[in-house]
Design a protein around this ligand. Structure first.
Ligand code: C5P
Length: 259
């Protein structure tokens, strides 16, 4: 299990300004989280990029796949990955140089990352960096275990879902394939679902909805609509904290997520 104690609890005012977005691959968490952070003036944590940075470092170091499971904290330290807090987000460095986003998102990294992310040593190692990002509150964090494990104290938790073929269509469009063939769509859907299956099945911090998370199905929502819904929920929680009305607010007054 991930180690360090939480730096503050759910009743701390900072918890009212923590927003978590979890969900399966390709559901639009990162773009949504970034836009929500912009709208709220909060910092943004893309936790997937941390797992991708470790994976990239392993590929660069030519660590064979069957040796990955033997990694311990010392070996991880030796990979040369560092996390540096920036003004709006965390910067990831490899051997002292900032890692360009494109290098974190190559097909090679994407194919291996869920294998690496299931290792307790890797998750433990990245836990503190993620907690540190939230030390002042005012953070939007996206990933698979933000609401369940890393920031259970967050007041606004959202679990994004969307039909797998729609997720595959969006992902292909983001990669410049506006009109995919049936084979391209089927292949991408299969890759996304394989990654989800691996993330859901792992023993440590599996992908799942936190009990107190609101589910937002984005299959038929525009990007602007899904951002607006999350921003509204987050503003409601932060305002409730500021005016002390949170305890008395009627349950369900903010909708059930199916906008
Ligand atoms: O979000 P993204 O697709 O970049 O995440 C890449 C992979 O990193 C995921 O498939 C998952 O295996 C892992 N991940 C994780 N926990 C997180 C974020 C990402 O295990 N909080």
């Amino acid at each position: 299990m991930t180690g360090s104690p939480l730096s503050y609890g759910p009743d701390d005012p900072r918890a009212a300004t923590l927003v978590t977005l979890d969900g399966p691959a390709g559901v639009g968490k990162s773009t949504t989280a970034r836009a929500v952070a912009d709208a709220l003036g909060y910092r943004y944590l893309d936790s997937g990029s941390l797992y991708r940075a470790v994976t990239l470092a392993l590929l660069r170091a030519h660590v064979p796949n069957d040796r990955v499971d033997d990694l311990d904290a010392e070996a991880l330290r030796g990979l040369g990955v560092a996390v540096r807090p920036g003004a709006e987000t965390l910067e990831l460095l490899l051997d002292g140089a900032v890692i360009p986003d494109a290098e974190l998102r190559t097909p090679e990294v994407t194919a291996l990352v869920s294998h690496v992310a299931r290792l307790p040593a890797v998750r433990d190692w990245l836990f503190d960096a993620q907690q540190a990002a939230a030390s002042q509150g005012r953070l939007v964090a996206d990933g698979r275990d933000m609401g369940t494990v890393v920031f259970p104290q967050a007041r606004t938790k959202v679990f994004l879902v969307a039909d797998p073929r729609e997720r595959a269509r969006r992902r292909l469009r983001d990669h410049g394939v506006a009109e995919p063939t049936e084979a391209e769509l089927a292949g991408e859907t299969e890759r996304l679902m394989a990654r989800d299956a691996q993330d859901e099945a792992r023993a440590v911090a599996p992908l799942r909805r936190a009990e107190d998370a609101r589910e937002l199905d984005t299959t038929h929502l525009s990007f602007a609509e899904q951002v607006a819904q999350v921003v509204a929920w987050a503003r409601g929680e932060a305002a409730g904290e500021a005016s002390g009305i949170r305890e008395g607010a009627p349950e369900g007054s903010e909708g059930d997520g199916s906008v």
